[in-house]
Design a protein around this ligand. Structure first.
Ligand SMILES: [Zn+2]
Length: 189
């Protein structure tokens, strides 16, 4: 199950588990799963989340939130695919160069690696409507970029903020299911 709404998290460099939601601030020096001590990796979307939060709090140009929400999704998907390929020791550069398009990354790469569609994976989480919500935000973003300045209103901005938070939670959940390396887990005493 997805562990609450999160905007950022930290990833253990050894077992690759991502701590997010309420747990993330309780972690100090050692990974509670594999006992690794050392520097934590900040999950790569962190800076983007910070910019998004700053814009939402201070900017009058809230439409930027919608554009950044789509960028966040694209970064998180690429990061997930890269880490998955890293685990399989596949050269991600060539594959990602071949499939630059986001639809291809979802429909071809994700499906062939995970063995099920992205949409099916989402159905295993609490975020059942995520896929349709993302499609709607993406459509509005494209309309805006191609010249319809009225495509993004307050409602779309609010929906995109919710979607960004869910995007982080979704990819952290996927990471912990498919990338987190369970061989480092401590044996339960
Ligand atoms: Zn760990």
């Amino acid at each position: 199950m997805i562990n609450g709404i999160a905007f950022s998290g930290i990833q253990c460099p050894q077992c690759l588990y991502i701590f997010y939601g309420r747990n993330q601030f309780e972690i100090h020096e050692k990974c509670p799963i594999c006992n690794f001590s050392g520097a934590w990796w900040v999950f790569p979307s962190g800076p983007l989340c910070k910019i998004l939060t700053a814009i939402l709090n201070h900017s009058k140009h809230e439409f930027i939130a919608v554009i950044l929400t789509c960028t966040l999704f694209e970064c998180m998907l690429q990061n997930f695919l890269k880490q998955y390929m890293g685990k399989l020791e596949i050269n991600d550069k060539l594959i990602l160069k071949k499939h630059r398009n986001i639809e291809e990354q979802i429909k071809i790469l994700y499906k062939s690696f995970i063995g099920k569609s992205f949409k099916e994976s989402i159905q295993e989480t609490e975020l059942k409507n995520y896929y349709d919500e993302w499609k709607e935000i993406k459509k509005k973003r494209n309309l805006f970029i191609h010249g319809n300045v009225y495509a993004i209103g307050t409602e779309t901005v609010e929906k995109s903020i919710k979607l960004s938070k869910n995007t982080f939670s979704l990819f952290a959940w996927l990471n912990n299911k498919y990338i987190h390396d369970k061989k480092h887990e401590r044996k339960k005493s």
